[in-house]
Design a protein around this ligand. Structure first.
Ligand code: URA
Length: 434
């Protein structure tokens, strides 16, 4: 088999066989096929697209390019959750203890922030001492004993995706539906859960800006999961404005903790209840969506979800006292309002710009080597549809550097649009793909 023939076949719009797909994935992972040939193939795939069969073959070849986690030592149905990424998306922080408190084991691999989007691991590190550097044995033991464990993605998990993703990133071949779907699903399938619940974001803060593209991606991923024999469902949710009010690592932890204490923002709580219901249904802890929602509300009301979070934080080296007293989380020295420039209604928020403001404050990485400031970020006071008076705070910036705060403030104001007339609030759940 020759790489040249595979490139030409795809360039001419023909379907690649499973053997051909395996040949290039395995050859590339081992360093036997050069970047320039794989780049040419990625570009051919970008223009010619992949069939459902090809997409599944690519996913499985990437899954099998490295280690697959064996979670069989964990009792019960393991349910994983994945978000395609957004701004203020602290869902895993509240959702995983809620689900674990309902008896569903959560064995989750998470990532760090990427570009304007935040990452669960960075956020969790706001708990002093917290670590995700667990051995596989500790990971499994913690899930069995506490019901929840989160670790970082190991380098052995879907290494083909890691190499291909880095190549796509610099060859303008990221945004192809089959390539995105296979990339995400290869990591999820290799991570070993029995069921996968996906949160596919759409809007100005998301990877998929257009709703129809988000649904197409959700359908593609659900099809892959089903074909791979795992129950998979996707919730398509809004990311046209930040989720909840807090953006920034420790600030988001605080909002997630408040949600588990029963004081969460309406949109964030709704997303946790929707995703959580699907997780409980997939894990066999409820038979009807209504029953699942009631169980999830109950573990907030009786404090067991908050306790679960504290147990999980402690088991991974973090200070559980910070769960009960969020004053112990990192705090920024400067808290400054961003006043509204005019009277009116918030008509639109350029959501990715809000993520960039948090990054400018030091809450994200400019380069892979950057150290992030866990204390900084933004707490919104006004969201789309809200009425505002000139001079009223649109948000508070939490900063440790005056210059950075000024730069972020300027950018923040440009992200908001206003209207003279009332504006409809944005609906959070766009649909479910099962
Ligand atoms: N996230 C991934 O993991 N892979 C992609 O291709 C895009 C987003």
């Amino acid at each position: 088999m020759r790489m040249y023939d595979i490139i030409m076949k795809k360039r001419n719009g023909q379907e690649l066989s499973e053997e051909e797909i395996r040949f290039f994935v395995e050859g590339y992972t081992r360093g036997q096929i050069p970047d320039y040939q794989v780049s040419a193939l990625m570009m051919a795939i970008y223009f010619r697209k992949m069939t459902e069969r090809e997409t599944l073959s690519l996913t499985m070849a990437m899954v099998e390019s490295g280690e697959m986690l064996d979670l069989s030592a964990i009792r019960g149905i393991k349910v994983d959750k994945h978000s395609t990424g957004g701004v203020g998306d602290k869902t895993s922080l509240a959702l995983t203890p809620m689900v674990a408190a309902c008896g569903i084991p959560v064995a989750k691999m998470s990532g760090r922030g990427l570009g304007h989007t935040g990452g669960t691991i960075d956020k969790l590190e706001s708990f002093p001492g917290f670590t995700t550097a667990l051995t596989k044995e500790q990971f499994i033991r913690n899930v069995n004993e506490i019901g929840i464990a989160i670790m970082g993605q190991t380098k052995d998990l879907a290494p083909a995706d890691k190499k291909l993703y880095a190549l796509r990133d610099v060859t303008a071949t990221v945004d192809n539906m089959s390539l995105i779907a296979s990339s995400i699903m290869s990591k999820k399938l290799a991570a070993g859960a029995d069921a996968i619940i996906l949160d596919v974001k759409t809007g100005s803060g998301a990877f998929m800006k257009a709703e129809k593209d988000a649904f197409a991606l959700a359908e593609e991923m659900v099809r892959i999961g089903r074909n791979a024999g795992r129950y998979t469902a996707a919730v398509v949710s809004d990311m046209d404005q930040p989720l909840g009010y807090a953006v920034g690592n420790a600030l988001e932890v605080e909002e997630a903790v408040e949600t588990l204490k029963g004081n969460g923002p309406e949109d964030f709580l709704e997303l946790c209840l929707t995703l959580g219901s699907y997780m409980l249904l997939a894990g066999g802890a409820a038979r009807q969506e209504e029953e699942a929602r009631e169980k999830l509300k109950k573990v907030i009301a009786d404090g067991s979800a908050l306790q679960k979070l504290a147990g999980f934080v402690e088991a991974q080296g973090g200070d559980p006292k910070a769960v009960y007293d969020t004053g112990l989380l990192p705090k920024a020295a400067i808290v400054e309002p961003v006043p509204a420039p005019i009277d009116g209604y918030v008509s639109h928020i350029e959501c990715d710009e809000i993520g960039i403001c948090s990054l400018l404050l030091g809450g994200g990485r400019e380069t892979k080597e950057s150290r992030i400031d866990l204390s900084v970020g933004i707490v919104l006071k006004k969201k789309t549809g809200d009425p505002v008076k000139a001079g009223e705070p649109l948000a508070y910036l939490h900063a440790n550097d005056r210059q950075k705060a000024e730069a972020a403030k300027e950018r923040f104001l440009k992200a908001y649009s206003f209207s003279d007339t009332p504006v409809q609030k944005v609906g959070l759940i766009k649909g479910i793909v099962e």
